[in-house]
Ligand binder design. Structure first.
Ligand code: ATP
Length: 366
């Protein structure tokens, strides 16, 4: 196993009695693009600031290449941060902003000049050396902030919601460019966002945070296709989440019917939640459907119609369809067994046993 560049071992952070991180374990491998993804207040920035050394842990250890760095000051850590508000020096021009870290370290003028030129080329701002910060657009300021952070040759670049101030188009372009820069330099990026689309598009690996914990981590495809619980299924992408019961392995009941599925390993009679993504659903004739739904609403989304419908069990469904529908019409709903994703509920053994006993009694009564 490769030695992680950064490790958290049971890291907790608390302000008075406010616990903002609960015993977080994580491993970051060198040379990859990681994203911390979660809602506001879930602890993403706290994790980043702990890595940077701007905050101290309440308990647990942070390791860098296997060495404990809990007490190492920020300037001695081989990491740099790009902040959400860029934090550029407004009274200095572009060159001096990018050169700042190297100047205070007393590097040779010729080396500084060469490095600034290299970094400005990397972020596509060659020729902007003499510009004042106030003369730059938001997107250009963002590039200067990235160049400044990279000029110090960090092994890990921390990016705290760096694209949140940019408009949609620019944001998309910058997502692509950041990914390219990371690949070209081959260093580790840890990117914070609450935008799931951005996380899916950019990352090699995602840590999903909620209420001070990492609730799931994996590749974007893992997390999208196999969310671990209701929170992740709901937060990442659009989902239909229904209550279900396992009848046996590979047979699940929801919306008043039984369906074959491919997620094994569940106990018979285990209560579960079932996830079906809108793009995995098709509207067909009533006879060909696995369920029958009534169309309630539709909105045109450019490349598809988002359709809302309900089944005869009164479950609401979101469906992505290529063709428009007629409101009030009854249609068949079709999906493949492999697109049904089953999630365990956190039911304790005791609760499960009690429910099973009740169930068996009721079976005997029949
Ligand atoms: N100095 C502080 N004192 C007390 N509580 C704090 C302090 N800093 C942060 N918190 C709390 O810690 C929790 C986690 O904050 P954090 O900034 O890590 O969340 P986040 O996921 O990055 O959210 P956002 O996307 O809004 O930046 C929040 O509830 C916040 O109020």
């Amino acid at each position: 196993m490769v030695q992680p560049i950064i490790e958290f071992k049971n890291v907790a952070k608390q302000y008075d009695d406010n616990i903002v991180l609960k015993s977080v374990d994580l491993e970051i491998e060198a040379g990859k693009f990681y994203t911390l993804l979660g809602p506001s207040g879930s602890g993403k920035t706290t994790i980043l600031r702990l890595i940077a050394g701007f905050l101290e842990v309440t308990s647990g250890d942070i390791l860098f290449e296997g060495q404990r760095i809990n007490d190492l000051p920020p300037e001695k850590r081989r990491v740099n941060t790009v902040f959400q508000n860029y934090a550029l020096f407004p009274n200095m021009n572009v060159f001096d902003n990018v050169a700042f870290g190297m100047s205070i370290k007393g590097k040779k003028k010729s080396d500084i000049k060469a490095k600034v030129a290299e970094m400005l080329t990397l972020v596509k701002l060659k020729g902007y050396e003499d510009r004042e910060i106030s003369e730059l657009s938001g997107g250009q300021q963002q590039r200067v902030a990235i160049a400044r952070a990279l000029a110090n040759d960090p092994e890990v670049l921390l990016l705290d919601e760096p694209l949140s101030a940019l408009d949609y188009k620019l944001r998309k372009d910058m997502q692509h460019e950041l990914r390219e820069i990371q690949k070209r330099l081959g260093i580790t990026f840890i990117f914070v966002t609450h935008d799931q689309e951005e996380a899916l598009a950019m990352s090699d690996w995602i840590f999903v945070t909620n209420e001070g914990e990492i609730v799931q981590n994996g590749t974007p495809v893992d997390i999208y296709d196999a969310p671990i619980n209701h929170f992740v299924a709901d937060f990442i992408g659009e989902s239909n989440i229904l209550s279900g019961v396992m009848r046996q392995d590979y047979l699940v009941s929801f919306a008043g019917k039984e369906f074959e599925n491919v997620d094994g390993g569940m106990r018979p009679n285990e209560l579960v939640e079932v996830v079906l993504r809108p793009e995995d659903l098709d509207l067909v004739s009533v006879d060909d459907g696995k369920l029958v739904v009534t169309i309630d609403y539709q909105s045109f989304r450019g490349d598809y119609y988002e359709i809302t419908a309900h089944d005869d069990d009164q479950n609401d469904w979101k469906i992505q369809a290529t063709n428009p529908s007629v409101i009030g019409e009854r249609r068949g709903l079709f999906f493949d067994p492999e697109d049904i994703h089953i999630m365990r509920l956190d039911e304790s053994e005791e609760d499960f046993d009690a429910r099973m006993e009740e169930y068996e009694d009721s079976e005997e009564d029949v």
